[in-house]
Design a protein around this ligand. Structure first.
Ligand code: PGA
Length: 248
């Protein structure tokens, strides 16, 4: 089963209009990439970046959405609004949302449904904390998150899963190749048993957590790793371009 690699940048709460040249540098360096390229800037930059990227092989995504399509939710953005602004993807259930905004698997599932309703592809994030890994329960925790966060009806056209060990995000530490391999294999088996082998084999599984130019090639070479969700290293075009090259 060949799956197209995906290099996805998550800018988190970083990025002003002054950073738009970083996007142009990524576009210029990748005129016809083999891998799919995605950047998820803060929502304030989605429209401008989608416009800049319109004629290029680079997609723009959002970092979160509300589960409802509209209504009295001050400060929130619906999946429909993000789509309207030019987003093609939305990240849901990132560990920073789970930890800082009390999002649980049911929230993530509802947001994934909202993304699909609006025609967005959802990148559903899962991952264990350090204490959970130390306790030997990483596989169980991630399996439970995966099972409860993903709605029925997942296909490769609208779902990407990102395994992001919480303790590896923004810390400079990455999971070992053996641990990533084991986790991604387990997620693949779980998706195949839920969706059928054919459909489950087509869903892309990203690794996230301190992916950088120096480790991207090794991580992307792991069998069930279909790309990366990259935070810090996606903010600098030269670093992100090196990661895209590793995925290409
Ligand atoms: P990091 O973030 O690459 O800075 O560790 C990854 C993420 O949170 O998606």
């Amino acid at each position: 089963m060949s799956r197209r690699m995906l290099a996805a940048g998550n800018w988190k709460m970083n990025g002003l209009n002054a950073q738009l040249p970083e996007l142009l540098s990524v576009i210029e360096a990748n005129p016809s990439p083999t891998a799919e390229i995605l950047i998820c800037p803060p929502a304030t930059l989605i429209a401008a970046m989608a416009e800049l990227a319109r004629d290029f092989p680079l997609s723009i995504g959002a970092q979160d959405c509300h589960a409802e399509s509209g209504g009295a939710h001050t400060g929130d953005l619906s999946a429909e609004m993000l789509r309207d602004a030019g987003a093609a993807y939305v990240i849901v259930g990132h560990s920073e949302r789970r930890a800082n905004h009390g999002e649980v698997d049911q929230t993530v599932r509802a947001k994934t449904e909202a993304a699909w309703r609006a025609g967005l592809k959802a990148i559903v994030c899962v991952g264990e904390t350090e204490a959970e890994r130390d306790a030997g329960s990483a596989l169980d925790i991630v399996a439970a998150q995966l099972s409860a966060s993903i709605p029925d009806g997942a296909t490769e056209d609208r779902l990407v899963v990102a395994y992001e060990p919480v303790w590896a995000i923004g810390t400079g530490r990455t999971a070992s190749t053996a641990d990533i391999d084991q986790m991604h294999d387990a997620m693949r088996v779980q998706l195949c048993s839920r969706l059928g082998t054919e459909a489950g084999s087509r869903i892309r599984l990203l690794y996230g957590g301190s992916v950088k130019p120096s480790n991207a090639a090794e991580i992307f070479a792991i069998g069930n790793v279909d790309g990366g969700l990259v935070g810090g290293a996606s903010l600098k075009a030269s670093d992100f371009n090196a990661i895209i090259s590793a995925a290409d």
